[in-house]
Design a protein around this ligand. Structure first.
Ligand code: F6R
Length: 260
């Protein structure tokens, strides 16, 4: 794992936005795995700014989101389809035919999960999978004890996940209890993974992911098996890492490693 610790969240967000733009500049038809959540809102705003400033086109990009709530319609402002359209797909003029999310209204979750997996394979697999980190160590909606061999499927959301997502729903809305999510194995097959976590609330999950034993109780720890993962943190999220000084010595404040 490459662990980059930036002095603050702004610089961490900006670095991740830069990685996404670099990927698309190098391969305009890149297949991106995308995430939602509060962390990514700031990243996508920066991606849009950078792409506009650089004249970088996302028109040929194909994207697959990690997850979507089950039975929340795409026009609902808390759905991930709505979130992505607002923050990435429309502002970057992405081709709607190339932007994929699991269908939370599909008649059968198992068929939908199979269809989604097949669509990722048909697109040639994921070049870069972007991820946030749940307070409980989830990636996508692979909640603790998810199998490391899991593929796209319907998952029951943990109570802490439902609480964290409550602010996105109206008080009159029922908070969804299920989502369709890419599996951990699906994520591990991406050619490159980038995970962003900021703020002290994520520090415990970050330490378990990077340094803890690889164990299903922290689904993100499965990333220890991937050969090309970049973990982007601010100092607060990195604060519980036992080897903090080591990571900083290799990449001071997120700078590239200097090999003599
Ligand atoms: C969202 C997703 C989740 C979030 C995670 C962090 O598509 O897959 O794993 O990335 O819950 O969410 P925030 O950024 O809101 O703390």
């Amino acid at each position: 794992m490459k662990v980059l610790i930036f002095p603050d969240a702004e610089r961490a967000d900006d670095h991740v936005a830069g990685l996404l733009c670099q990927e698309v500049a190098a391969k305009p038809s890149a297949v991106l795995g995308l995430a939602t959540g509060g962390t990514m809102e700031r990243v996508y705003a920066r991606v849009v700014d950078r792409a506009t400033a650089q004249g970088l086109s996302f028109r040929d990009v194909t994207s697959f989101n990690l997850d979507e709530y089950w039975r929340v319609p795409p026009h609902h402002p808390a759905s991930y389809a709505f979130y992505m359209a607002e923050r990435m797909f429309r502002p970057l003029d992405m081709d709607p035919g190339k932007c994929h999310l699991p269908d939370g209204l599909a008649p059968d979750p198992e068929d939908e999960a199979e269809r989604y997996e097949a669509a990722i394979v048909a697109a040639g697999g994921l070049d870069l999978q972007l991820m946030g980190l749940g307070l409980n160590g989830h990636i996508g909606f692979n909640e603790p004890t998810s199998s490391f061999g899991s593929r796209t499927r319907i998952k029951t959301l943990a109570e802490s996940t439902r609480t964290a997502n409550r602010p996105y729903f109206d008080t009159s809305d029922a908070i969804p209890g299920f989502a369709i999510t890419m599996g951990i194995q699906t994520i591990l097959e991406a050619r490159q993974c980038v995970l962003l976590a900021t703020g002290s609330a994520k520090a415990r999950a970050v330490a378990a992911m990077v340094e803890g034993p690889m164990a299903a109780i922290c689904p993100a720890s499965a990333l220890q098996m991937h050969r090309c993962v970049t973990v982007v943190l601010d100092r607060a999220a990195a604060s519980e890492l036992a080897l903090y000084d080591y990571y900083q010595s290799v990449h001071p404040d997120g700078a590239p490693a200097r090999v003599p």
